[in-house]
Design a protein around this ligand. Structure first.
Ligand code: PLP
Length: 419
């Protein structure tokens, strides 16, 4: 099926007489007749649900839908996007290991890497994703375990050269993890360009209605763990009766370990009700993304010619410096997110936001309703000026998330606020 149809049909095909709509299986636990059956489930010798932290039919359907949309072998839903990024990295790196990450990433992920992972003994080197290969090669170490980047970075909207980053990572036998939140699989499928693992904040376009937190990790199944240095995947897991994930799960080793080991221990699972909401959003993802993109293209072009605007960063603009990357990775659009700076910097940005009427100030992005945010004073507030610059954020930058209203109404509100 094409992506539009997968949005509606993947993950749940009702049998004769079953509910047409994905049912919410609101139960923490599942009943079995014999201890032998439960033991087989605990040994992972058989697939089945036994406790909702590790698996639930509603959550499972959403995981299968997202895996199908991304073209992966399996997925694991988490309680938030932050939890997905955390588990994605912890699944391959521990104390004494090293990660290479693009500097241009969401502020929360930056903090997770720079502060919390560091406390756990994982060192992260942030790189300029525009730097040439010779520069990037130098940051790799013998203990590097993963490379991380965002397809479209939040909020600077830099486009990651996925194929180049995958090649860099693979030369060192490490996987490339891509946060595909802004692009969604509808606009870009990173696995087609060599990415190994994809993460999402499903809180964003996948839900799309600003009503449910969530995250997901998707495994391409393509990375050869035995070629790299990943004993946790290729040698017996003492916490799981000596199970060897690559032997027991083959191509799905990574995602099986994330669930069996990390979700078991850390417990940041999605709820059945939450998964139901995300599924509801996913059903209309294709049509929403089309409209978000078309509206944002019109708004970006309009902002470009406005005398109060100093600069507009929207990769779909015709003269954008990353046009070649956009044509390659995002030929159908670059989402609804635009970042722009006003003449007059930080103060002008704040006055403009306060003057908006229909468009709302929200610590959110990718909502069906158009919303704005000032990253330097909110999502990226913990970053120093130097880190802000590295992440491609100016003090006066406004992040505009273009929604699904009629574009004339969006432009009218922007115009009166700019005036
Ligand atoms: N990744 C990106 C690109 C994001 O924009 C966000 C949140 O804004 C996250 C990850 C974290 O997701 P969540 O807020 O669902 O924890």
């Amino acid at each position: 099926m094409k992506k539009e149809s997968l949005c509606l049909h993947a993950g749940y095909r009702p049998s004769n007489g079953a509910p047409r709509v994905l049912p919410i299986v609101q139960s923490t636990t599942f009943k079995y007749a014999t201890t032998a059956e439960v033991a087989r489930l605990f040994d992972l010798a058989e697939a089945g649900f036994f406790y909702t932290r590790l698996g639930n039919p509603t959550v499972d359907a959403v995981e299968k839908k997202i895996a199908a949309l991304e073209g992966g072998v399996g997925a694991l839903c988490t309680s938030s996007g932050q939890a997905a990024s955390m588990l994605a990295v912890l699944n391959v790196a521990g104390c004494g290991d090293h990660i290479v990450s693009a500097a241009s990433i969401y502020g929360g992920t930056f903090n997770l890497f720079a502060v919390t992972l560091k406390k756990l003994g994982i060192d992260v080197t942030f790189v300029d994703q525009q730097a040439p290969d010779v520069e990037l090669e130098k940051v790799f170490r013998p203990n590097t375990r993963a490379v991380f980047g965002e397809t479209l970075s939040n909020p600077s909207m830099d486009v990651l050269d996925i194929e180049r980053f995958a090649a860099l990572a693979h030369r060192r036998n490490v996987p490339l993890i891509v946060d595909n939140t802004f692009a969604t699989p509808f606009l870009c499928r990173p696995f087609a360009f060599g990415a190994d693992i994809v993460v999402h904040s499903t809180t964003k376009y996948m839900d799309g209605h600003a009503l449910q937190m969530g995250g997901v990790i998707v495994d391409s199944g393509n990375f050869d763990w035995s070629a790299g240095n990943y004993p946790e995947l290729t040698e017996p897991d003492a916490s799981y009766h000596g199970l060897v994930y690559t032997q027991a799960f083959g191509k799905a080793a990574y995602i099986a370990k994330a669930r069996a080991q990390l979700m078991r221990d850390m417990g940041c699972c999605q709820s059945p009700q939450g998964a139901f909401y995300i599924n509801q959003g996913l059903e209309t993802l294709a049509v929403r993304m089309e409209r978000h993109c078309r509206n944002a293209e019109a708004v970006a072009a309009w902002l470009m010619q406005h005398p109060a605007v100093e600069s507009v960063n929207y990769p779909r603009l015709p003269n954008h410096p990353q046009k070649t990357l956009v044509d390659k990775y995002l030929p159908n659009g670059t989402s609804g997110v635009i970042s722009f700076s006003l003449k007059g910097g930080r103060e002008a940005g704040a006055r403009f936001i306060d003057a908006l009427k229909m468009i709302s100030l929200q610590v959110h992005v990718a909502d069906i309703r158009t919303c704005v945010l000032h990253p330097a004073s909110s999502t990226h507030r913990q970053l120093t000026d130097a880190q802000l610059q590295e992440a491609g954020i100016t003090p006066g930058m406004v992040r505009l998330s273009v929604g699904l209203e009629h574009v004339d109404d969006i432009l009218a509100d922007l115009e009166q606020a700019l005036t």
